[in-house]
Ligand binder design. Structure first.
Ligand SMILES: NC(=O)c1ccc[n+]([C@@H]2O[C@H](COP(=O)([O-])OP(=O)(O)OC[C@H]3O[C@@H](n4cnc5c(N)ncnc54)[C@H](O)[C@@H]3O)[C@@H](O)[C@H]2O)c1
Ligand SMILES: [Zn+2]
Ligand SMILES: [Zn+2]
Length: 345
């Protein structure tokens, strides 16, 4: 079969590799029909994730059809159409029982990271608990967004930040994750959602997804502007969806007393926490790795058309065009890309 193999920093190839086999009784082999690329794949390719070894097949998102199920697999059989979760979970260990699938003792984020991933014609999913049935009659492009970005924005941004009706929410970063947080914040009817980015096109997109205000932090001081927009009060919830000190700083500077800072971004270097200012403001700070334990809930909202995550998809490619897909996604600002879909045919 063909797969997108990480060959070491700066290098990848779409090439022939052995088709995966069942190794454990709980394994499922999935014939991948659609996958996508995540910013994290770009981080791995840059060499920022040293635990990913050269030779690993990338990708942790996708949908497909069960090709073969191990003897201990329950609920799934050959021919079933499935959503693959970016986080693998057994459902039985101490962490899984608390809904913290990201720290599953046998799983966690391993796909396309520690084991071969989904940017391939077939993938081995080690624990069937991390698969979900595809409901009939739903746009399958939309369901690819359930593998990672929607649960991430919802769990680590919206739920951790505790968005409530009437809140003023600010989201820094209007990439796929920030937009997912924007979409799922609206379950709770906040009064205002202010998006901050430096990319004018993404801010324009954010408005179509429900942002009430947008701030371009390249041309305006976002902190000053937020206090102007909120009668000098600040925001109830600030979500960080970039992963750099500058955007964490914006978030810790715009909260009103009692507010929440929900950090979603993956940071590669330390941030300077203004504890001396924040303690007396009763600020809560949360951060974390997505669990994907909200996937069933999110799936229902997609099926009922409460949210339309397919609108995040800007480009389509076939498997043999995957290198072009990487070129487009890697130049997202220039190409006006948000999410790309790579299909088997
Ligand atoms: N916590 C988790 O489990 C989890 C899961 C997936 C992704 N992530 C992380 O979420 C973050 C966002 O992911 P994404 O795929 O949307 O990334 P992305 O790179 O597509 O989007 C980031 C956005 O931030 C904007 N930006 C960059 N610098 C800025 C600045 N100084 N001020 C304002 N805006 C700025 C960019 O223009 C871009 O639109 C990344 O750090 C990613 O690694 C976290
Ligand atoms: Zn991802
Ligand atoms: Zn577990």
């Amino acid at each position: 079969m063909k797969a997108l193999v990480y060959e070491g920093p700066g290098s990848k190839e779409w090439k022939d590799v052995p088709k995966p086999q069942i190794l454990e009784s709980t394994d499922v082999i999935v014939k991948v029909t659609k996958t996508t690329i995540c910013g994290t794949d770009l981080h791995i390719l840059k060499g920022d994730v040293p635990e990913t070894k050269p030779g690993t097949i990338l990708g942790h998102e996708g949908i497909g059809i069960v090709e073969e199920a191990g003897p201990a697999v329950k609920n799934f059989k050959a021919g079933d159409e499935v959503i693959i979760s970016c986080v693998t979970s057994c459902g039985r260990c101490e962490y899984c029982k608390e809904g913290m699938y990201s720290h599953c003792e046998d799983g966690g984020w391993i796909l396309g990271h520690l084991i071969d991933g989904t940017q391939a014609e077939y993938v081995r999913i080690p624990l069937w608990n991390s698969l979900y049935h595809v409901p009939k009659g739903v746009d399958t492009d939309a369901l690819v967004m359930l593998s990672d970005i929607l649960p991430t924005g919802f769990e680590i941004g919206v739920k951790s930040g505790g968005v409530k009706p009437g809140d003023v929410v600010a989201i820094v970063g209007a990439g796929p994750i920030g937009i997912s947080a924007l979409l799922t914040s609206q379950f709770y009817s906040p009064a205002e959602i202010i998006m901050i980015d430096m990319d004018e096109n993404r801010l324009k997109e954010a408005k179509t997804f429900g942002a009430t205000h947008v701030i371009n932090s390249r041309t305006e001081d976002p902190v000053k502007r937020i206090f102007e927009l909120t009668e000098n009060k600040g925001v109830d919830v600030a979500m960080e969806a970039v992963g750099i000190p500058a955007t964490f700083d914006i978030c810790q500077s715009i909260l009103k007393p009692g507010g929440s800072l929900a950090n979603i971004g993956v940071h590669g270097s330390p941030v300077e926490l203004q504890a001396q200012k924040l303690w007396i403001q009763n600020i809560k700070i949360t951060m974390g790795l997505v669990n994907t334990n909200t996937t069933p809930l999110l799936l229902k909202t997609v099926v009922s058309d409460k949210i339309q995550p397919e609108k995040l998809i800007t480009h389509h490619f076939t498997f043999d065009e995957i290198i072009d897909a990487y070129d487009v996604f890697g130049n997202a600002a220039k190409e006006k890309a948000l999410k790309v879909i790579i299909s088997r045919d």
